[in-house]
Design a binder for this molecule. Structure first.
Ligand code: ADP
Length: 180
């Protein structure tokens, strides 16, 4: 685990581990637009939270058929059986190119942070959004995520990245050392 000063008032913690075990006020789910569960971190969060999470997701209003959370936006639900009291569901882009995908990935991080601040939360934990099935290159995603967190940390006290596997953890640590 490594700790950095992200802003004057907000700490950045980068750790290797399982996001579903995080005791932050919110954990962020790398969801899909339907918000009815999926594979990867989404499936792990739903298994750990219990079936009430899927029910809460189903109650989120659709903005158009089969879309509850458009790519780049975020929605909040309770965390149910998780240690985190809230789940912030966001949808990152399927990677196409740096030019096309970066604005959407930035927007996913920014929307998640804004929801945390609006709900008066102090701490939030992210996975590497879009870096699994959605194919976003780690070396592009890591600096983008950290810059966006620094710009939109607001009154948050702690932003955490909980990353699966040594390689992903190393890329985020290197990006943090470079940026901060
Ligand atoms: P996406 O569809 O946004 O790419 P994935 O869930 O496929 O989302 O992957 C996002 C990242 O989350 C990947 O780096 C993957 O290894 C990681 N991941 C999967 N399960 C967990 C977990 N329990 N805790 C933390 N990270 C996880």
């Amino acid at each position: 685990m490594e700790r950095f000063a992200l802003t004057e008032t907000c700490a950045l913690v980068v750790q290797e581990g399982d996001l579903t075990q995080s005791a932050t006020d919110a954990i962020v789910n790398a969801a899909n637009e339907r918000m009815l569960g999926g594979g990867g971190v989404d499936g792990a969060i739903h298994r750990a939270a219990g079936r009430e999470l899927a029910e809460a997701c189903r109650r989120v209003a659709e903005v158009r058929p089969d879309v509850r959370c458009p790519t780049g936006e975020a929605r909040i639900t309770p965390g149910f059986r998780l240690r985190a009291r809230h789940v912030i569901h966001t949808v990152g882009p399927v990677y196409r190119s740096a030019e096309k995908s970066a604005p959407l990935l930035r927007s996913a991080y920014r929307s998640s942070l804004e929801l945390a601040v609006e709900n008066g939360l102090a701490s939030i934990a992210f996975p590497a959004i879009s870096c699994g099935v959605y194919g976003y290159p780690l070396e592009e995603a890591a600096p983008l995520s950290l810059e966006t967190c620094r710009e939109h940390a607001g009154p948050l006290k702690e932003i955490r990245f909980v990353l699966f596997g040594r390689p992903t953890y190393r890329v985020w640590c290197d990006a943090a050392e470079e940026l901060l």
